[in-house]
Design a protein around this ligand. Sequence first.
Ligand code: SF4
Ligand code: SF4
Length: 145
Amino acid sequence: MIIPLLQGLKLTLKFFFTKKITMRYPEEKWEVAPRWRGRHFLTRFESGKIRCVACMLCATACPAECIRIVAAVEPDNRKYPEIYEIDLGRCIFCGHCVEVCPRHAIEMTPVYEISEYSREALILDKEALMTPPQERYVSKERKAG
Ligand code: SF4
Ligand code: SF4
């Protein structure tokens, strides 16, 4: 009876003095690798215009078929996405959309905290995708607070 107890205490003492590998999430967060494929971001020119020209390459290459684009044309004949949506509930974060984009118009960010309470909320529209992810999540937290 006493031997299993001592064995248990020995194990407890061993781990008491070893380096901790757990962290106090969410107060502490993991530093992800520089090439981490997290939540997407649609980039802009310095003028503020969206870089995307609605060529549909990303939507065509997407194996999960989770990108929806509706193209429109500006008065100067430049195409742009009137609607650009990514359904993060279907996305497998493969990065194909980023690799095929000829305009560097879509990037993946280190943001991994993208959980939501409904499937609908996981569908990011153009405005959400053009908002720097940290800003979007900070403002969401502020709203919640
Ligand atoms: S990361 Fe992959 S699955 Fe997700 S939107 Fe891009 S191509 Fe589609
Ligand atoms: S994000 Fe890039 S690949 Fe996708 S439609 Fe826009 S320009 Fe084309």
